[in-house]
Each structure stands twice: as C-alpha cells, then as structure tokens.
Design a protein. Structure first.
Length: 739
C-alpha cells in the first residue's frame, strides 16, 4: 500500500510546476475535520447547502461527502472528513482523515487548506487534534463552535489571543443558529494560497527517526507524517502498511531509536503528555472559566434521561410520542395523495385506448409507484423527528442508557449507533459497525441490524395497520391504537435483534464483552436549515428508489401478470357481456353488471398469467399464514427489496381487481376474496403478515453487505435462512392464535 503513495511532506517535492498549473485549472479544496460532536457536519452543511455529493472512499466503506461552498470571491470544494479525536490511525475513520490531508486518498487531490471545527466548551480535547494537524504543513482556520453553550457555562474565550497563540485565524460561531458564517467564509478566503508557517514539532525525535526510516524505504516514497504515526501508534493502521512493505526490521529500529531519544518506553504516552502540555500553554492566556449559570435544570434533566429507571421510561415515552405523531400528522396528507393517484389513474384509463399499453401505464407504473409514494408523509415525519432527536443530543444519552441493556445481549453501547442507524437502512448501519473494535461484538451486531425496523418496512406497516386494525383512541384522543401498534412493531424488532445477538454471543461468538466509552454532546437546539438538508437527502433517496427500483419491479410484475393472455377467457366473457346487453334491464343495473364482469375477467386473466401460475405453485407454503396466491406472489416478488412489495401489490391488485368499483390499494385488499367468498385480509392475517415483515430479511443488498463485511457468505446465507424461517414461524403462530 505504501508503494502507491507519493511524497507529501512540508515541501511539495517532485512536481511543483504541474501543481501550479493544475491549481489554476481547478477549484481549491478544503478539508473539514474535527472531533465527534463538535458540529463539524453542521458547519459543512451550512457552507455547502444543497451542493453536496455522497459516496464511499475507494476501497473502504467509510462515507465520503464533498460539496461546493461559495465564498465571497470564489467557489471552493469542501470534503467533510470523518470525526476523529486524533490522527492516530486506530480505525478506518482516522486513517482516511490522514490519507486525505496528505493527498493519499484516491480520487481527491491534496487539500489546499484545513478547516478545524472545535467545541468551545471542550477546547482542550479539540486542540489536541489541532496540535497534530498543524504539523502537516497546511494553512488552517479554526471554527470556534458552540460559543453560546460556552457562554452559558461561563467560559470566556479571547478569540484574538487564542488566534495569536495558535498562529491561525479563529472564528467564534454558533453553527446551529447560522451565526459567524460570514466571518468564517472571509477567513477561509484569506488563507487560500497562503504559505504555511514555520513548523514547531512536538515530537522532533520521532521526526528524525521517521526521516531515517524513509531513507531506508525510499522505494516506497512514503510520507513522513505517516511514518511518524507508524512509529508512535504501535498496532495501528500505518504500522500494518509498513509491515506489508517488509519494513518490520526498519520500523523496529526506528521505534527503538525514538524511544531512546525521548527516554520514554511508550511513545504514545510521551506524545499525549507533550501535546497536552502545549495545549495548556495555549489555553492559559486565552480562556477563563467561571461558575456555570443556568444549568441546574439542564443538569436535573440530564440525570433523569440517563437514570436506569426514569431514562427508560422517558425513552419509551419519547418514542411513543414519535409514532403517535407519525400517524396523526401524516394521515390527512396520505389520504390526499391516495385520492390524487386514484382519480388521475381512473381519468387516464378512461381516455386511453384499451390494451396492453394502457394497462402497463396505469395498472403497472401508476398504481405500483403510487402505492409507495402515498407513504412519503409518514417517512418524512418519522425521519424529521428522529433527526431532531439526534441533533439535539438526546440520542447520545439513549446510547449511554442502552449500554446497560445491550450488555445483557453480549453487546455494548458501542453497538447502539449502528443499531439505531438500522432504523433508517440496514446497509449503512452494517458498514457503521467498523467502529466496533471487538470482532465478536461486531459480528453479533451485524446479524442483529437487519431485525431493526428500517424505513422500507414502514409503508407495509402503515398499509396493514391503517387498513385492517380498527381505530381506537385513549386519554381523550391523545393516544391512538395505530400508533401503539407501530411502536409495538418497532419494539418487536428491537427484541428480535437483542435475542439474535444474545444467541449469537452465547453459541457461535463466545467471549468477553467489549468496554464502551463515549463523550456526551451538550443539549442544543437543532438548526432548521441543517435538519431540512438532511431530511431532503433521505427523502431524495426514497424517491429515487421509487422511480427506479420499484418502478422496474412494477413493470416486471405487470409483464408476468399480464402475459400470457387466454383467448378462451376473453371469448367467454365477451359472450357473457353480449348476452347481458340483449337482456332488458335498467341502465344502472346493466352498467353495474358490466363492471362486475370486467373485474371478473381481469381476475381470471391474472390467475391464468405466469405470475398467477407461480403464485398458485407457492401458495401451499404460505397457506398456514392465511395468504392466498396473490399475497404469496407479492411477498416473494418483494424479496429483493422489501419496499418493492407495496408497489408489487399495487400492480397485482390493479391487474386482477375482482371488485366492481375502483379505489386505492387498501380498498382493493379489503375486497379481496377466497373462492368461497371469505375475505383474505382479516385482522388475524394482517397481524401475522406484520409479524412476518418484522423478522424477514427481504433485502438482497443487505445480504450482500453482510457477506462483504464478514468476509464470509456463510454468515450472509445463514442470516437469510434463519431470519426468513423464523419470520414464517412467527407469522404462522400469530395468524393461528389471532384467529
């Protein structure tokens, strides 16, 4: 890996002329770095707005977010680096950070400057990272964020004096309110193209050892800061890179020479002591603390949300309120969207010539995609409320609180954030498990994440709950049964994930649990604009899927459900319609009977189609759950991605509607009948289907990510088999008991 690196020390050696030429042609690149919970992403979102692109760094599953920021005189590219407490490469996040700032990340040039976002209430911790970053030889601006919180805590910071001590511009700001952004843009404009100042090394002995190591490994053309980290951070990422280049002996000698020069057995301890000593010197003349004001109530609330008893009760109350609000607020908007798709579809169907094209456009695309889009209001409200809880700092307290419960399952609070991310999507949540150092705990977390109720399950839950669970209200209408049932399904998924982790740790991954340390961010009021940007990004992903994956699935299911056509069925119903016309009857009665015959013909043609034959073949497997062949075919067709099933059902029930009237998907499901006239969708069947979806692993992408992250397809296949089997068993028992 080091062989692919290029020289990137304080001097830009080797291609000075080329760099000058490319600097004219390209926009300047600024890297945004900072410790976790300093508001780094909030600053980045304010500067870039909607001009962002998201992907992964090549070769790793760490997210890369870049964006275009408009300064006063020019536009610059920003890259939001993963939050890290230091440049010690003890994980993929800090390794990526050092790769980017040294110009070693594929697809990114070396930054022209750095923007360090620091927490004004914890400068000592943040300036430790600054002391490392300043030795990289790049101009830097320090964004002094959370100034309002520091003032409430009676922390007085002299920004001018701090800037003089750090030899870098310091911009006080409150990012969540948008305060200080203009000054920050001016400061960023001022450092672009400015040469770096004189470097003052905290560990000159290590730099000398790294220089000699570089001379011995000159064929690899490695960077000095990377070799310094390899010498100091024993067992870290850059040590592994050096060892991969057969540099074991040279690295051992360099480390020993650095230890002798410093007189310390532990270079990491020596570095920490020296850097914190330097940080304390900076802070001595720039920061003055007084007694905190106005924090008594906040401290009481802090103790309440972190208490093992009251904290759990508050957590349940908060999540219950979220789900109550999701149903109460979203229902009017959902009804309006559903009515729009119904009326426009019926209007278009009346004016299009009958045939395959009209059926494809209306029964396939319009009904299928419309059945999914109708649930956007619920997804928007759920994401908005969860993002609010994350940005205000409550979810970090919930992570600390859940540590006690997760330990009973063999996990720790370190698994909480990936598990929480699973409520949005399992794929990035599984990738987020890379921060879990213990391999056994990481594998157990990966296998538990698919059981968390992701956003793709929400449309299925909303459809079945609103369509087949009778509405009921309690406490003068403040609590409704639908919201309680939705909360229960989320808790069921959490219980399933906990049981999965417990069994995995007890049977296949035995070992001691990992320790868990985390820093609590301060409570703060989220910025509405930043929340809007995050929410828009999530909705955009959902709509993209609706317009691509779900639309493609609906077209495929339409083709399977439309072809082949039976001439015998068509001729039979043509004769029945002709016979009906010859009978003298009232106009209203005749039109009603004609609509009924048309609906029966559609149902018969669907049953004759290839999809109908497949559904009939697999129906016996799912008959114990109360499913007929149309439900079975829809669920099986939704196995590649669970959010597809609503679109598939919309297409299937539009193609084979056996009702005399039109209507939305809920109405068509309610009118669905067994051959003997019994309704297919009863309360018992709907509850069983809800439980099935709570446990089933219906996502090919998730299975693929499990295989990639565990480096074993046995884990991926095993997860799919046991989750699907357990979902069938749980759904069957629920249906049989609820009957």
């Amino acid at each position: 890996m080091l062989a692919a690196l290029t020289v990137a020390s304080g001097t830009r050696a080797g291609s000075h002329g080329q760099e000058l030429t490319s600097a004219v042609e390209r926009r300047p690149l600024l890297a945004v770095l900072g410790c976790p919970n300093t508001g780094k992403s909030t600053v980045f979102n304010h500067l870039t707005g909607l001009r962002q692109k998201t992907g992964n760094y090549p070769g790793v599953t760490v997210e890369k977010i870049t964006g275009l920021a408009r300064l006063e005189k020019q536009d610059v590219e920003l890259v939001d680096l993963p939050g890290t407490y230091s440049l010690a490469a003890d994980g993929p996040e800090s390794g990526i950070t050092l790769d980017v700032v040294l110009g070693k990340a594929r697809g990114l040039q070396r930054p022209d400057a750095l923007l360090l976002v620091v927490d004004a209430t914890n400068l000592r911790r943040s300036l430790y990272l600054y002391s490392q970053a300043r030795e990289l030889g790049l101009p830097m601006v320090v964004a002094l964020n959370m100034r309002d919180v520091a003032e409430r805590q009676r922390i007085r910071i002299d920004a001018h004096e701090l800037s003089r001590q750090l030899e870098a511009p310091v911009v006080p700001m409150t990012a969540n309110r948008g305060q200080g952004l203009r000054q920050l843009r001016q400061a960023l404009e001022g450092i672009i193209g400015r040469p770096p100042g004189m470097l003052e090394l905290v560990m000159p002995e290590v730099r000398d050892a790294a220089t000699r190591l570089e001379a011995r490994m000159k064929a690899t053309a490695s960077a000095l800061p990377m070799l310094e980290r390899a010498i100091i951070d024993q067992g870290g990422e850059f040590e592994r890179r050096v060892l991969a280049e057969n540099g074991r002996g040279a690295l051992k000698e360099a480390r020993q020479a650095a230890r002798q020069a410093t007189g310390e057995a532990s270079l990491q301890t020596c570095e920490a002591q020296r850097r914190y000593r330097k940080v304390d010197q900076w802070l001595a003349s720039a920061v003055e603390s007084g007694p905190a004001a106005g924090l008594m109530r906040l401290g009481l609330f802090e103790r309440m949300v972190s208490h093992p008893v009251s904290g759990i009760l508050i957590f349940l109350a908060v999540m219950s309120a979220v789900f109550q609000a999701v149903f109460a607020w979203a229902t009017p908007l959902m009804d309006a969207i559903s009515l729009f798709f119904e009326q426009t579809g019926a209007y278009a169907l009346q004016r299009l010539p009958p045939g395959a094209l009209a059926s494809l456009l209306i029964d396939g695309l319009w009904s299928g995609v419309g059945a999914v889009v109708v649930f956007i209001p619920q997804i928007v409200f759920l994401f908005a409320l969860v993002l609010f809880l994350e940005d205000c700092g409550y979810m970090a307290r919930a992570s600390f609180l859940m540590d006690r419960l997760l330990r009973t399952c063999g996990l720790s609070g370190q698994s909480f954030i990936p598990l929480l991310s699973g409520f949005a999507c399992a794929i990035p949540a599984i990738m987020a498990t890379r921060v879990i150092g213990d391999r056994r705990a990481r594998l157990a977390t990966i296998l538990a994440i698919p059981l968390m109720t992701c956003s793709a399950r929400l449309p299925v839950y909303a459809l079945l709950i609103s369509g087949f669970v009778p509405p009921a209200y309690y406490l003068n209408g403040w609590i409704n049964l639908h919201g309680l049932l939705l909360l229960g399904l989320y808790l069921l998924g959490i219980a399933g994930g906990g049981l999965s982790a417990l069994l995995t740790r007890r049977i296949a991954l035995r070992g001691k649990g990992a320790s868990f340390l985390m820093e609590m961010p301060p409570f703060r009021w989220p910025n509405a604009r930043v929340l809007g940007l995050k929410l828009l990004a999530k909705v955009r992903v959902f709509l993209t899927r609706a317009g691509t994956v779900i639309a493609a699935a609906c077209v495929l299911i339409w083709a399977l459900g439309y072809f082949p056509r039976s001439d015998a069925i068509a001729e039979d119903f043509q004769q029945r319609r002709a016979a009906l016309v010859s009978i003298e009857a009232g106009e209203t009665a005749m039109q009603e009977e004609l609509r009924r015959l048309i609906a029966q013909e559609r149902a018969a043609q669907l049953e004759y189609s290839l999809l109908g034959r497949i559904g009939r073949f697999i129906e016996p497997v799912f008959r114990p759950l109360g499913w007929d062949w149309r439900v079975s075919a829809s669920v099986v067709a939704g196995f590649p991605a669970r959010e597809v099933v609503i679109g598939v059902m919309g297409t299937v029930y539009a193609l084979g509607s056996d009702t005399s009237e039109g209507g939305g998907l809920r109405e068509r499901l309610r009118e669905s009948r067994w051959p003997d006239g019994r309704p297919v969708f009863t309360l018992a069947m709907a509850l069983g289907l809800l439980v099935f979806y709570a446990f089933a692993l219906q996502c090919v992408s998730t299975v693929a990510v499990i295989g990639r992250e565990t480096n074993s397809w046995r884990w991926a296949a095993g997860a799919w088999v046991y989750m699907t089997g357990f979902a069938w068993l749980a759904g069957m028992l629920t249906y049989q008991l609820a009957r």
